[in-house]
Design a protein around this ligand. Sequence first.
Ligand code: ADP
Length: 319
Amino acid sequence: MEPLDVLCLGELLIDFVSDTPGADLGGSRGFIKAPGGAPANVAAGVARLGGHSGFVGCVGDDPFGRFLRGVLDGEGVDTSPMTFSSTSNTSLAFVSRRLDGEREFSFYRGADSALRPEDIDDATLRRARVLHCCSVSMSRQPARDATFSAIERATSFGAMVSFDPNLRPPLWDDLADAKNCCLHGLELAHLVKVSEEEARWLSGYEDLALAAEALWRPQLRMLAITLGDAGVRYRYTGGAGVVPGLPVKAVDTTGAGDAFVAGLLSALRDAGAPVEQLEPGQAEAALRFANACGALTTTRPGAIPALPTRAEIAALLSA
Ligand code: ADP
């Protein structure tokens, strides 16, 4: 079996996106079906950039589950590690964007949390150069055990582990439990991407430079705190700093963080050396590529359809 640049693990679900601009969920007239799930977006993003990516997760053995697999297949993602539940329906999320820009979510949890440790083969994990996970799959059993089991096994097989908490508070019964799981992920991962809010929540520091210090762990190779249009604050084994964002006309920020991760993992692979051996200039170039990937995703609606190609990134970076 072919090696995978990135194997993404976690939720793949239907986002029903409000068709009513500025309305909350209750005030929305209708909802448009779109593929969703942060790890799945990253898998599609890596493939769009020409990398080999795979997805492992559980959907229902139902029309939505088959639709979702078809979307990832169409993007060139290896979906052979996916499982289909005969007892749970595909998970759904209803999403609206209010006038203040805040998104409102209502989740109907199903098959995504049914992923079991034994659904993830050692053979699949051995193919992965990078295993990328988020925290949604940590919020319910058996998917929590499946996620941590995959992280431990992939690490023992020599993969780099990438973690983006992507916290969705309504999916947790207890936010203290969410924090413990995210901090456990931070202890195990080699590359971590967090948003500003997550960095503050996990570290307890308002100041992001202090947060980056507090979140650093001995096994980490790179920590990225994404700052929206301001770019990214980073720390890696060879230094720390801020790489400014690229100015674009943003219309929908859905998937920007996932595109950033896809861009960063792709650029780090292109760099041709382990993260800890990169010169500061090489690390910053990879982060700039990731910023461009995130920025371009905000210029088009949706997540997967908005993911950029290498040519678009090159054009933005040379503009
Ligand atoms: P998340 O979606 O995880 O909260 P951010 O909103 O910080 O993450 O976006 C991730 C990355 O995408 C940022 O670090 C930046 O590089 C890029 N990005 C996001 N929004 C914009 C924007 N309005 N203009 C330019 N770049 C953006």
